[in-house]
Design a protein around this ligand. Structure first.
Ligand code: WTA
Length: 635
């Protein structure tokens, strides 16, 4: 029996039991046998969820890039580490071997060092899905700098907020990016963001679209000439197990994004181990995750997890609809992809198009299909299973979060029998619990509640950058000695979990987490707006879309409503990004509030979802009359 690679259901149960009976012995064995360490740990785990404080492999010394790169050189030097598939199918794909990737990361690491970046410094990476993105991430890890990747679809304002929050000294970006038939002026966005960020001393600029951009003297440097001159080797910095590896921002219920901090050793062990099992990765396989490295899925399952296993991981620069809706399947056929990992929103969008786009491609290489980011609805699941997997490739519906670092509840393909819309069983070492609103654990099966995790797992985030109290408050205060996920879930008769969605003010739109508070803050800054409330409503491609209820100031009342809608969405686009735009905007005279002044979002959600049969008792509201008025004018 191999604990590292689980191959059948009996083995899963055995290994699972072992992992929860004696987690320390279990995680010690995994770490010992499958990774390289400069020094082994003194203690496998210490934890206290009340503080909260969690330490894995304390005392160990390592560098994650030695595990992702150096150790593969003797056996996998010529194996392809990264396949880069460009936006334009006519541009040649690039195959970067482990040896080449090692060299490029070393050069980049030396460039960072020469530009004043050292261990513990924060570096903001704002790049499209080009090899430089993965290389920059790894180069930071190599020298012990903390990377903060900001998704290159975020606005200047969102970018500067993140740069300031973690006090980044450097930004790595490109002249621009391709997105289908469009180009985006990334450097222009960076320039705008940096007007508010005096702490950024250097901007390194990769060339991608060859646009004519302004370079600020003394601050901006083209990356390639620096790489060409840099040494091709670099001795990795020796890191402590609990040294921060990266910061990644996620939306919360209040305005400011939360900079989740992940550390080195536990994150490495867990992402590698989950990758191996959840994809049943075998040495010759080609693996493709369509996420952007700007999200946690890309960090854990494009970069670190696959590379730690010596896998071939594909990076795709483009979009599923360009040049046509067959692009994903064309790439699968071209590179003979074996494991394919995407989001339900992409599946729903593709399912709307003609089946010819799928059928004209040979997808027989596929062995495993993955889903992540939001619940996958039954229809999308079947479409994926029938048309992409031809009923031959198990679908793994992987539930996890930026905060969890790696997959938490997921089938293991060819091991766990799957059921549409169910994330099925907890991964090895994961101890979920369902809680009621009074704080009691709901035991047994055929129950539902709020999803918590009872025991630490190696890849959990350790804190929120600069705000440990917010970390405690958000995740560890709702239920004693539990990590609270913010999600609801049910457990069926056989113990399978199904995630039912967020139970807080986070809305998942096209797989992206959006907090209602930052969007409302942005709307409220519009001079004509007095107050607003944003809720989600079901959308057949995005999963959820945003509905805004807006009260205008008196001065706004005379304004043209269509123009106002455009201006408000423009404002959101500038401050957060286009993903946070409202699909519907209803101008209202009041918002339903409790007597303590809290907006009753539950009612607004129901109205926006056209589900008003069961609004509950509204008579206790401060202003019950507004409910009818809102309902009469719903869009
Ligand atoms: C949701 C993405 C249902 C969930 C890795 C979670 C899911 C949030 C699933 C985290 C799934 C993610 N089924 N819901 N398979 N996967 N979610 O931080 O609400 O971008 O809390 O991490 O996405 O989103 P995040």
């Amino acid at each position: 029996m191999s604990n590292y690679h689980i191959k059948h259901l009996e083995e899963y149960f055995q290994v699972y039991r072992k992992s929860v009976r004696n987690p320390e012995a279990f995680w010690e064995e995994i770490a010992e046998e499958h990774f390289v360490w400069r020094k082994k740990w003194d203690k496998v785990l210490s934890w206290d969820f009340s503080k909260p404080e969690v330490k894995w492999y304390e005392g160990a010394k390592l560098n994650i890039t030695e595990n992702c790169l150096d150790r593969h050189l003797p056996t996998r030097g010529t194996k392809t580490a990264i396949i880069f598939e460009p936006n334009d199918p006519n541009e040649t794909a690039e195959h970067i071997s482990y040896r080449q990737l090692h060299e490029r990361v070393c050069r980049m690491a030396n460039v960072l060092l020469e530009n004043g970046i050292g261990k513990g410094d924060r570096v903001c990476i704002y790049l499209p899905m080009i090899p430089e993105l993965a290389i920059s991430v790894l180069a930071c890890a190599r020298i012990g700098a903390i990377h903060s990747v900001v998704f290159a679809g975020f606005s200047a304002n969102a970018l500067s907020t993140r740069i300031i929050d973690s006090d980044c000294k450097m930004v790595i970006t490109s002249d621009g990016s391709y997105r289908g038939a469009k180009t985006i002026d990334l450097k222009g966005i960076v320039d705008k963001a940096l007007e508010d960020c005096p702490g950024v001393a250097n901007v390194l600029v990769a060339k991608r679209i060859n646009s004519n951009i302004a370079m600020k003297e003394g601050r901006d440097k083209w990356l390639q000439p620096l790489l060409d001159e840099a040494y091709a080797d670099n001795v990795a910095e020796v890191m402590d197990a609990e040294d921060p590896l990266f910061i990644l921002y996620t939306s919360g219920s209040t305005g400011k994004p939360k900079g989740m901090v992940h550390t080195s050793a536990g994150y490495m062990v867990y992402t590698a181990y989950t990758f191996k099992n959840a994809f049943q990765y075998k040495e010759e396989d080609v693996y493709w995750c369509t996420a952007d490295i700007g999200w946690i899925t890309g960090h854990s399952y494009i970069v670190y997890g696959p590379l730690a296993n010596g896998a071939t991981t594909l990076m795709f620069e483009g979009v599923p609809s360009y040049p046509d809706f067959g692009r994903f399947w064309e790439v699968v056929e071209k590179h003979k992809v074996n494991q394919f990992y995407t989001a339900p929103t992409a599946i729903r969008a593709l399912a709307k198009e003609s089946l010819d786009f799928v059928e004209k491609h040979d997808l027989s290489s596929l062995k495993v299909l993955g889903s992540v980011g939001e619940p996958i609805n039954e229809e999308a699941w079947h479409w994926y299973n029938n048309n992409v997997g031809k009923k031959n490739s198990p679908i793994i519906d992987t539930w996890w979060q930026t905060e969890t670092g790696g997959m938490m509840i997921t089938p293991i393909p060819y091991v766990t029998p799957t059921t549409p819309t169910y994330a099925t069983l907890p991964f090895i070492g994961v101890q979920p619990a369902l809680m009621d609103e009074e704080g009691n654990e709901i035991k047994g099966n055929q129950v539902d509640g709020r999803l918590c995790i009872k025991f630490p797992w190696p890849a959990m985030a350790r804190t929120i950058w600069g705000n440990h109290e917010r970390y405690r408050e958000t995740y560890f205060s709702a239920y004693k000695d539990m990590y609270f996920t913010g999600d609801g879930a049910l457990r069926d008769a056989v113990g399978y979990y199904r995630i039912t969605g967020r139970v807080d003010d986070v809305i998942i739109v096209s797989g992206h987490n959006l907090g209602t508070a930052p969007i409302e803050d942005s709307i409220n800054e519009h001079p004509a707006v007095a107050e607003s409330a944003v809720v989600g409503f079901p959308h057949d491609i995005k999963g959820n879309a945003l509905y805004g209820y807006i009260i205008l100031k008196e001065t706004g009342e005379s304004r043209d409503r269509e123009n106002l809608r455009k201006e408000i969405n423009q404002q959101i686009t500038e401050q957060i990004g286009p993903i946070a735009k409202l699909d519907k905007i209803q101008f209202v005279s009041g918002l339903p509030k409790t007597r303590s002044g809290k907006i009753m979002r539950r009612i607004l959600r129901k109205i926006a979802s056209n589900d008003t049969s069961n609004l509950g008792d509204t008579s206790t509201l401060l202003n019950p009359e507004v409910v009818k008025h809102i309902m009469d004018n719903v869009l």
